[in-house]
Each structure stands twice: as C-alpha cells, then as structure tokens.
Design a protein around this ligand. Structure first.
Ligand SMILES: Nc1ncnc2c1ncn2[C@@H]1O[C@H](COP(=O)(O)OP(=O)(O)OP(=O)(O)O)[C@@H](O)[C@H]1O
Ligand SMILES: [Mg+2]
Length: 267
C-alpha cells in the first residue's frame, strides 16, 4: 500500500523585491515526485542546499507548496478538514538532527515521550506511565530513565528519546532529517540498527534524509538523490544507485571512504 505520494511539487520561499517589483524567489523544489510504500525506507541524499529538508517540511505539512500535491494514505494533506489533518499529523512524525533543541530542557524524558500521548490519547496516569516505560525499553533505555532531564543524557541517548516520542502514537511514516548526523560513528550505528529493528517490528515507513550515502545504504531500501531542487535519481532498489550515470550521484559514490585507512592513501 502507498503511504506517501509526492506529485510534481514546486516550492519557493516567499517573495523578494527585485528592480522595484515584488516577485517569488527562485524555486527550491522543482517538480519533485516520489512514492513511499508501506514498510519502505527511502533514503534522500543530496548536497547542502539541495532542498531535502524543504521537501521534508512539505511532506510534514509545515510548508505549503505553490504547486503539486502531497497525498498521505491517499489524502491530500493540504486540502482536508482540520480534523482530517489532525489525524494525518498523528500518523506522520519527525526526528531532527539536533536532539537537544528538539526537546524542552525543563521536561523529564517521561514528559517528553508522553507529550504526544497527552495530545492524542486519553490514558490513565498508570497506563501512561506503563506506555512510556515500554517505549523507553523499546529504544534501549531503562524504565527509570523517565525521571531524568535532557542534560543527563548523552546525544545518542537523547536521540533515542526523540525516537521514542516519534513512535509513541504508532505512526505510519517517520521523516528522519539528518537524525544520526551529529552522533559519533558508534552511536550512529546503534541508532541505525534501532531504526531498522523498529521498521520491521512496527511496519514503519521512513524518509531518511542524509548527506551520508553509507548511512543511507545501511538503513534504506531505496535511494533518491536531489540536486538544486530537483530529484535527479530515484532507485527503488538501493543497489541501483551504483549504476547511475549522473555526475552528481557519481560524486556522492566517490566520496565514500574505503574501509581500511591504508586504502584511503592516494596511489
Ligand atoms: N525558511 C527559509 N527561507 C528562505 N530560504 C530557505 C529557507 N529554508 C531553506 N531555504 C533555502 O532553500 C534551499 C534549500 O534548503 P534546504 O534546507 O531544504 O536544503 P538541504 O538539502 O536540507 O540542505 P542541508 O543538507 O544543508 O540541510 C537553500 O538554498 C536554503 O537557503
Ligand atoms: Mg537539511
């Protein structure tokens, strides 16, 4: 089943004054189309400024595009009733790169994870506590961690709390925007394997936005590449990316460092 369909989306950020006239800024997304099936993880790669985060915001309903459509489970996210849009928001969650700024430093982990439950579910105090503790265990933390504040966690642990919050309402799609980029390699690998495990156990779909082709290859089923607001490559099977003849994709592939340091030296 199709979870997400992005159809010919074009978007620019506001207007600018130019020679005394006001005109739309040049588009940062031009005619972008993609599809994500249920249980599928699509990696979205591209250099800085390519438009990846903007596309993520358009998909999340945060930035209405000038042209095109975003269909989530077959429904246009920009044209439904308020109630429909509220329900769609529940099924679509996001995890950003900066785990510290994504949380309120004065809230405990339990309150952070419990926030979406407060907004959408009517649980008793005991049920909420049990649900939060289960979620903490699910992401590899301890139930008693619910009483700790953000500054008492490492970056990797705090990102697990952000992931626990994102899965609290059992969403269908999670947009992961550079979610592992600020972590060291060891924590990156732990979070990537956690994401892989959650994807299969909860039947989640991901849009995995990254600069890092290795991280994308580790966790994704398919890979798409953006450049200057356009989708220049789209492979349902991630291995297809290595067949691409597009120079920007070849540059991305060439940027992968060989695993052994000795092989990284110029010959
Ligand atoms: N709120 C905004 N207002 C105006 N321009 C913006 C805004 N957000 C992004 N842009 C511009 O849109 C373009 C695409 O930005 P975007 O953040 O989507 O790129 P990106 O691919 O996510 O880059 P990065 O890999 O650095 O995160 C850039 O030229 C950026 O300057
Ligand atoms: Mg970005």
């Amino acid at each position: 089943m199709r979870v997400l369909q992005v159809k010919e989306v074009t978007h620019s950020y506001g207007r600018r004054k130019w020679l005394g006239r006001s005109e739309l800024r040049p588009p940062v997304l031009s005619g972008v189309s993609l599809t994500i099936e249920s249980g599928f993880c699509l990696g979205l790669l591209g250099t800085s400024g390519a438009g990846k985060s903007t596309l993520g915001k358009v998909i999340l309903g945060l930035e209405k595009p000038q042209k095109g459509q975003v269909l989530f489970q077959g429904q246009d996210i920009y044209h439904g009733s308020t109630q429909v849009r509220r329900e769609l928001r529940r099924d679509m969650q996001v995890v950003f790169q900066d785990c510290y700024s994504a949380v309120n430093p004065r809230m405990t982990a339990g309150q952070i994870i419990g926030e979406p439950l407060d907004n959408y579910e009517r649980l008793s105090v005991q049920e909420q506590k049990r649900t939060v503790e289960n979620l903490l265990e699910r992401v590899g933390l301890r139930p008693e961690d619910r009483n700790k504040f953000p500054h008492q966690f490492s970056g990797g642990q705090l990102q697990r709390i952000n992931i626990a919050r994102a899965i609290a309402l059992k969403p269908k799609l999670i947009v992961l925007d550079e979610s592992v980029s600020s972590l060291d390699m060891v924590h990156q690998m732990h979070i990537l394997s956690l994401l892989g495990e959650l994807k299969s156990s909860l039947g989640l779909s991901y849009l995995f936005i990254t600069h890092d082709i290795r991280a994308a290859y580790t966790v994704c089923d398919g890979i798409a590449v953006m450049e200057q607001g356009e989708l220049i490559e789209y492979c349902d099977d991630k291995d297809g990316i290595f067949e691409s003849i597009h120079p920007a994709v070849q540059r991305l592939i060439a940027s992968i460092l060989p695993e052994h340091p000795a092989d990284r030296l110029p010959s």
